[in-house]
Design a binder for this molecule. Structure first.
Ligand code: FAD
Length: 356
């Protein structure tokens, strides 16, 4: 059987990757979507809205994260791969969805090679890696939020076990939030705890002011690290800063109520927001010369094409969604950027182009 060479390979099946895949297949391309969902614990950021309904995403009113992920999957499944003739040429169009955590992306001549582990990782067994080939690639792998080191099990190997207690409360109405714009409306006039340090955490406080002015900043044992001008504003707005280390969560089932601090005091809040930064899901790009910002997010041009360090577009390599630098980390933005990337990847495969 002839080896499959896809027109577009999309890495990630969040809103950005799903939209990129649908848009490219709508232009009659043969699309592969590799998503880590079943192979690893990484499910995409939207998945984390476990009991909080997503209210501002197009077409899906009041949907929770796991249902949203299923709907995205159904949307892609509605475009199965079929053969068609373009003139006298036999082609394929549609979306093939494959469980696979992309480990490495390389270029071999005109083609990209994507090495992905396609079976769930098990202890003491080697990775099962499959190689896929494609003419273009859309990177839509997003990022993971950094979680707070409270009741953190450093000895555990897997992230989800290290942060098991934090994850119990994450994405619940009464639990850890990571996006004030997304979840601030749940806490109008309520007392919010913001966890983080530096001027960065004041940005979260600036966002929180649309919902409440009862704000406490918790640094979890670190110096607050704010610059004098920011500190002055924090004081003027009567935002309390508590630098004591947090010992443990105080919760009821999956509801987070507050914290026991190392000095024995107990603090209670209505809402909890962590803003400790992010980890970009771009390990598979190691070895590529591409532009990224100080957080590791990808810099792309207006066609969502990735750029090399000279600012030149990297042929065939596109990116979309939360992984893009300087864009809002929201679902509607991810859809829009995904559409641009999917269409640009598709356009780059056209046989004729306008003369330069
Ligand atoms: C708790 C929470 C609540 C939120 N609420 C809202 C809200 O109410 N409204 C809103 O607009 N936004 C909300 N957001 C933000 C929104 O979820 C993100 O902006 C959006 O999901 C970004 O889409 P994306 O496709 O770029 O990335 P993601 O949705 O993060 O998807 C990335 C995909 O890539 C996959 N992946 C990662 N690495 C690999 C790899 N190596 N190989 C293969 N696949 C890989 C992941 O499994 C995932 O499927 C929320 C985020 C969180 C965390």
């Amino acid at each position: 059987m002839a080896e499959t060479i896809y027109d577009v390979a999309v890495i990630g099946a969040g809103p950005a990757g799903t939209q990129a895949a649908v848009s490219a297949s709508h232009q009659m391309r043969h699309v592969l979507v590799l998503h880590s969902g079943k192979v690893s614990f990484s499910r995409g950021r939207a998945y984390w809205s476990k009991s909080v309904e997503i209210e501002d995403a197009p077409v899906f009113p009041g949907i929770i994260g796991p249902h949203f992920a299923k709907e995205l999957m159904k949307w892609m499944e509605s475009r199965p791969v079929v053969d068609f003739m373009l003139g006298s040429e036999k082609r394929k169009t549609g979306i093939e969805i494959c469980d696979g955590l992309v480990q490495k992306l390389t270029r071999n001549g005109d083609l990209f090679e994507l090495q992905a582990s396609t079976k769930t990782l098990k202890q003491n067994t080697p990775l099962e890696v499959t190689c896929f080939k494609s003419r273009t690639v859309v990177v839509a792998a997003g990022f993971d939020d950094k979680w707070p080191d409270i009741e953190f099990e450093a000895g555990e190997e897997r992230l989800y076990k290290q942060y098991a207690t934090v994850f119990r409360y994450a994405g619940n109405k009464k639990g850890w939030h990571v996006c004030i714009r997304c979840d601030g409306h749940l806490h109008v006039n309520e007392h919010l705890a913001l966890l983080g340090v530096g001027d960065y955490i004041y940005e979260a406080a600036i966002g929180a002011q649309d919902f409440t002015d009862k704000i406490t900043i918790l640094t979890n044992g670190r110096p607050h690290g704010m610059s004098p001008s920011v500190l002055e504003q924090v004081k003027a707005r009567k935002i309390n800063i508590i630098e004591t280390e947090i010992k443990r969560h105080i919760g009821e089932k999956t509801d987070l109520l507050g914290f026991e601090m190392v000095d024995g005091t107990e603090l209670f809040f209505h809402g909890f927001l962590v803003d400790e930064g992010l980890i970009p899901n771009t390990k598979f790009l190691e070895g590529w010369d591409y532009q990224k910002d100080e957080e590791g997010l990808i810099v792309a041009n207006e066609d969502m094409q990735m750029l090399d360090s000279n600012g030149e577009p990297i042929p065939g390599l596109f990116a979309a969604g939360d992984i893009i630098s300087g864009e809002r980390n929201l679902i509607a933005t991810a859809f829009a950027l995904g559409q641009e990337a999917g269409l640009s990847a598709s356009d780059s495969l056209r046989r004729w182009h306008f003369p330069h």
